[in-house]
Write a protein that binds this ligand. Structure first.
Ligand code: SF4
Length: 257
């Protein structure tokens, strides 16, 4: 399991997809706040309040602190000649849940433009908050939007992602976003219950991908200790077979095995 990030800025992480990626964590330092509870989450299970709701935390990092920390880190790393390919809003939970998310995106753009104007500012999001116009507008301000979509039917989404949000709502939000990259994690387990690679699950997922019309799809599998310890990685051959079916839809698909 990967430890929670105690700082706003972490890394650079050697990302399979991005190269050296400097992470920005908008989460409270002591807990993961997420609308999903993915079986593969490298940060462990999502803890909810006794009433089943997301924790209300006063420990979200402040907007000013986030901008100040990112500016200081970018300046220092630029001066040291450190290679960074992306400034990635991600962290140990869903970043769009920060109560000041739209303002933070504006601040980060300003900082990036001032300190490292050629550095792409990107996000990894689980796609569950797109019913909110303010979130969609903020996401549109970023250079790249990498949006999670692991299943196209509610049962698989519930099993793999612990979702309480229906697929239809997620797909509807994704369709309203411009220039989306879909990130899809494929996993399996010994029982076949936690598996989104079966024929039926993949067919539903392909239908959802087709409806979203993303710019491209990134397909990958676990490479860290997952929350559910018996989850297994999917073979590169199987991932490539799924990618070919995406390409058959006329959508570019890249495999990160
Ligand atoms: S969406 Fe991301 S942070 Fe949230 S549970 Fe899933 S993998 Fe973990």
């Amino acid at each position: 399991m990967v430890e929670l990030h105690w700082n706003v800025v972490y890394g650079p992480v050697a990302s399979r997809r991005f190269g050296p990626s400097l992470g920005v964590n908008l989460q409270p330092p002591d807990r993961k706040v997420c609308t999903f509870n993915c079986t593969y989450c490298q940060y462990g299970w999502t803890r909810l309040e006794a009433d089943g709701k997301l924790p209300v935390s006063s420990a979200w990092p402040k907007r000013e602190q986030i901008a100040r920390t990112v500016e200081r880190e970018l300046t220092a790393r630029g001066a040291a000649g450190e290679a960074i390919a992306r400034l990635t809003i991600a962290g140990h939970g869903e970043p769009t849940l920060h109560p000041e998310f739209p303002a933070i995106v504006r601040d980060l753009r300003t900082v990036r433009d001032r300190v490292a104007p050629s550095l792409p500012l990107v996000i990894l999001s689980n796609s569950t908050t797109l019913d909110r116009l303010a979130i969609r507008k903020a996401l549109a301000e970023l250079d790249e939007r990498h949006m999670k979509l692991d299943a196209g039917d509610d049962e698989t989404l519930q099993r793999i992602n612990g979702a309480t949000v229906p697929v239809e709502k997620i797909v509807s939000g994704l369709k309203k976003l411009h220039d989306v990259r879909i990130q899809a994690m494929f996993v399996t387990d010994r029982s076949g219950r936690l598996d989104n690679t079966g024929q039926e699950a993949v067919s539903h997922w392909l239908a959802a991908v087709k409806a979203v019309k993303p710019r491209e799809v990134h397909i990958y599998t676990i490479d860290q200790q997952p929350a559910f310890p018996f989850l297994r990685a999917v073979s590169a051959d199987r991932l490539e077979t799924i990618a070919r079916r995406v390409r058959d839809l006329g959508i570019p698909a890249l495999v990160y095995a």
